[in-house]
Each structure stands twice: as structure tokens, then as C-alpha cells.
Design a protein around this ligand. Structure first.
Ligand SMILES: Nc1c(NC[C@H](O)[C@H](O)[C@H](O)CO)[nH]c(=O)[nH]c1=O
Ligand SMILES: CC(=O)[C@@H](O)COP(=O)(O)O
Length: 168
């Protein structure tokens, strides 16, 4: 099923983020897209209770470098979740496939190797219009969706053994 609305969320189902520290790593490729994703993510984190002081942001050259940037951020910062933001648009060659596979597998590896949830906020689109539609356009903003995911996963990260289910 195609994406319908990436921007809707119900704050009643989201934990308060006021005690959580968030990282955002942003690809510089397609900045018109990635900066809108970043804007949506930050606005949503703040709306969910996060403070500006608890949100740190680094830029990397391209989506392929998101993996290394997130790794270094995990190793050097005390974070509860990271949002990896990128936009890969199909070109003439198979390079799209390798970049998408590399960043996807790399982020999976980070979630397995380290104890900080890394949220996959990478648009992998056939056309620029698809990216525009999903970064504040007709289909909403993937950055909003991923910020909500980051808050929810930060809550799970901070569960202690005595906690029960996390009711979202
Ligand atoms: N074509 C896109 C790229 N390509 C660059 C790679 O991400 C990487 O920086 C390069 O291969 C050097 O390692 N990156 C994107 O984020 N989006 C694209 O559409
Ligand atoms: C998606 C990409 O990696 C971008 O560089 C497309 O380049 P190309 O047209 O050479 O496939």
C-alpha cells in the first residue's frame, strides 16, 4: 500500500520526550529534501517534549556516510535515539541500488551492534517529485514519522527490567 499520510500522530500515544537526548545525522545530498525532513523531525521532537539542548545535529556528505556518522555519534555522545536523514533518487545507473542497500544494511547493523536505536529516515525514490511529496508535500513529512518513532524507541531503550509493556 502506497504511503498515505506521514505527518499524522496522536500525542496521547507518545511518551513525553523531555528527558531524552536525540541525535540527527543529515546527508548533504538533495538538501532541498533533507533539510525539510530535518525541520519536520526537530519540530516534532520539540512538540513531543524534547528540548533544543537535547537535540544535536551533524551533517555528512551523502546517505552512504550516514552509517559512519551515526556510529561516531553513538560512540561520542550520550543519546537515547538517533534519526538518520537522507534522500536517494534513482539516476541512470545501478549506483542508486548500492547506496540504498549500503545505508539500509549499515543502519540495521548499527541497531544490532549498539544500544542506541537508529531510525531509518532515508527516502529512496524513483523521482524527485516522490521525494518532494514525502518531505512536506502532498503525502506529509517522513521526518515527522521518524521523530515519533525516535521518541517511542527512546522510551523502550530506557525501560528497566521491572517495566511491563510500553503502552503507546
Ligand atoms: N546519488 C546520491 C548519493 N550519492 C552519494 C553517496 O551517498 C556517497 O556520498 C558517495 O557514494 C561517496 O561515498 N547520495 C545521496 O544521499 N543521495 C543520492 O541521490
Ligand atoms: C543515486 C545516486 O547515487 C546518483 O549518484 C545517481 O547517479 P547516476 O545517474 O550516475 O546513477
Amino acid at each position: 500500500m502506497a504511503t498515505t499520510n506521514l505527518s499524522y500522530y496522536d500525542k496521547a500515544t507518545i511518551p513525553n520526550a523531555n528527558s531524552f537526548r536525540f541525535g540527527i545525522v543529515v546527508s548533504e545530498w538533495n538538501p532541498e529534501i533533507t533539510q525539510n525532513l530535518k525541520k519536520g523531525a526537530i519540530e516534532t521532537l520539540l512538540d513531543c517534549g524534547a528540548t533544543k539542548e537535547n537535540i544535536i545535529s551533524w551533517d555528512v556528505p551523502g546517505s552512504f556516510e550516514l552509517v559512519y556518522g551515526c556510529k561516531k555519534m553513538i560512540q561520542s555522545q550520550n543519546l537515547d535515539a538517533i534519526i538518520a536523514i537522507g534522500n536517494v533518487i534513482q539516476g541512470e545507473t545501478k549506483h542508486f541500488d548500492f547506496v540504498c542497500e549500503g545505508v539500509t544494511q549499515g543502519i540495521i547493523d548499527l541497531n544490532v551492534k549498539f544500544d542506541v536505536p537508529v531510525i531509518f529516515c532515508v527516502l529512496t525514490d524513483n523521482t524527485k517529485q516522490q521525494s518532494l511529496d514525502r518531505s512536506g508535500g502532498s503525502l506529509g513529512n517522513k521526518g515527522i514519522e521518524c521523530a515519533v518513532a525516535a521518541v517511542k524507541m527512546a522510551a523502550i531503550k530506557n525501560l528497566d527490567r521491572s517495566s511491563g509493556s510500553v503502552g503507546f
